[in-house]
Design a protein around this ligand. Structure first.
Ligand code: NAD
Length: 432
């Protein structure tokens, strides 16, 4: 099939490359010329394990094309996926749909024959209706069908998630169109993915309801961890035993920093706005948002406590700044609050992240990017493990410094408190 992906970000690039790998011809279109030029030179603009190989292989076979020429891409494709960002609006907490509507307007201008228009972007319930209206205004003749097909891949695991999804959700009442999408996804369905069809609003809702539920699970275990800290109970035991109950499940049940990333924070906010719009108080999700915001403050207070409220001139090492491992995505990461706070309080902050230096900290004069764990931690008063990258799981703390006076705050519970104590370290973790 011939496919067009509008928006070549984490979702558009990964799913575009993977669709090409399934034998389709894929036009990846972005308004960002720099990004498209990079891709045409064989450089991948994001950090996503395994993506480089798939992109290069399919680019060379000419099944994967990168362009800013939307008109040609639309005219040449049967199915058009909208994969642009839907960040939180600056005005209120809803999703900013300007990029989605711009894409819809662009599609309307260039449709030449029947097209299936698929929203992969996470969009509030009834956005599909609005896209349909926008296109219909410009194209009176019905040359299109708007379908919802939300994306569930996770950054850092995106290739695997695309190839082996639990389910593929399609929202459409048009049987012919649904069948066409079913055949597009057929190779994944054959490997066990459930192809689930509902109406368009239903598909839009499924995405938000799923993300809000996962965010709730994280906030829930984080709050239980707070109680564990006060009661001398080990949160890891609680997570393991709770997770063994099949009704609960073990995933998204590990205590740590506040949830971040490009999805959970914005999607939880957006669904509560939709709830309010439809006069339905989503009080559980509202509490989750509050709990997650408070968690960031709580982490900062804990750091202050560990350093006995004496942060000025302290050397602090931060290991990992992204919101989770195996991605370079900084959106809504707790580190965006923690690092500037420490700098304001007079600390000297060294940080290291395997995905590289971050522009977000470039204006902070006492915040420095280091090339590895050992350079980062040299002569530190406090080492904070913020992100669970694999290379932080086996640090030889004895090698870091002969002087063992430094403290360790492990926000990911990667080490055993007992063993760390035995080795003579002042070790703090989460919920234990
Ligand atoms: N990142 C994830 O892990 C993830 C997972 C599932 C769903 N989603 C959803 O998918 C959508 C995209 O997320 P993302 O993280 O890939 O976003 P992103 O910000 O990484 O990429 C969006 C891209 O769209 C481009 N763009 C914007 N308007 C355009 C236009 N009119 N024409 C062409 N290109 C345009 C931007 O230049 C950018 O490159 C969001 O709605 C998000 O909620 C994201």
């Amino acid at each position: 099939m011939k496919i067009c992906m509008i928006g070549v970000g984490y979702v558009g690039l990964v799913s575009g490359a993977c669709f090409a790998d399934l034998g389709n011809t894929v036009y990846c279109v972005d308004k960002d010329k720099e990004k498209i030029d990079m891709l045409n030179k064989g450089k991948i603009p994001i950090y996503e394990p395994g993506l480089n190989e798939i992109v290069n292989k399919n680019y060379l076979s000419k099944r994967l094309k990168f362009t800013t020429d939307l008109a040609t891409a639309i005219k040449s494709s049967d199915i058009i996926f909208i994969c642009v960002g839907t960040p939180t609006s600056k005005k209120n907490k809803s999703a900013n749909l300007q990029y989605v509507f711009k894409a819809a307007n662009d599609i309307a201008r260039h449709i030449n024959k029947f097209k299936i228009i698929v929203t992969k972007s996470t969009v509030p319930i009834s956005t599909g209706d609005k896209i349909e209206k926008i296109i219909f205004k410009k194209r009176k003749k019905r040359l299109f069908e708007v379908v919802s097909n939300p994306e569930f891949l996770r950054e850092g695991e995106a290739i695997r998630d695309f190839r082996f999804p639990d389910r593929i959700v399609v929202g459409s009442n048009n049987k012919k169109v649904t069948r066409k999408l079913e055949s597009l996804y057929d190779p994944l369905i054959k490997k066990g993915a459930v192809f689930f069809v509902t109406n368009r609003r239903g598909a839009e809702m499924i995405k938000y309801a799923s993300n809000a539920f996962l965010a709730t699970k994280i906030s829930y275990i984080n709050e239980i961890a707070n109680l564990c800290e006060k009661t001398g109970v080990n949160i890891e035991d609680i997570s393991i035993a709770m997770g063994l109950d099949k009704r609960i499940g073990s995933r998204f049940l590990r205590a740590g920093p506040a949830y971040g990333g490009s999805c959970f924070p914005k999607d939880t906010k957006a669904i509560t706005v939709t709830g309010d719009l439809f006069k339905t108080d989503l009080s559980i999700i509202k509490s989750v948002i509050k709990s997650n915001t408070e968690r960031k403050i709580l982490l900062i207070k804990r750091i202050e406590k560990i350093l006995s409220n004496n942060i000025k001139n302290k050397k602090i090492a931060i290991l990992g700044v992204t919101f989770k491992p195996n991605t370079d995505d900084m959106r809504e990461s707790s580190s965006l609050l923690i690092i500037p706070f420490l700098e304001r309080k007079g600390a000297i902050v060294n940080y290291y992240d395997p995905s590289g230096k971050k522009k977000e900290f470039s204006k902070l004069s006492k915040v420095f990017f280091c090339k590895d764990i050992y350079e980062t931690c040299k002569n530190s008063d406090l080492i904070i493990i913020h992100t669970e990258w694999d290379e932080f799981k086996t640090i030889d703390f004895k090698k870091l410094s002969k002087n063992r006076k430094f403290k360790i705050y492990d926000m990911r519970n990667l080490y055993s408190p007992k063993k760390m104590k035995k080795m003579g370290f002042s070790y703090y973790s989460v919920g234990r």
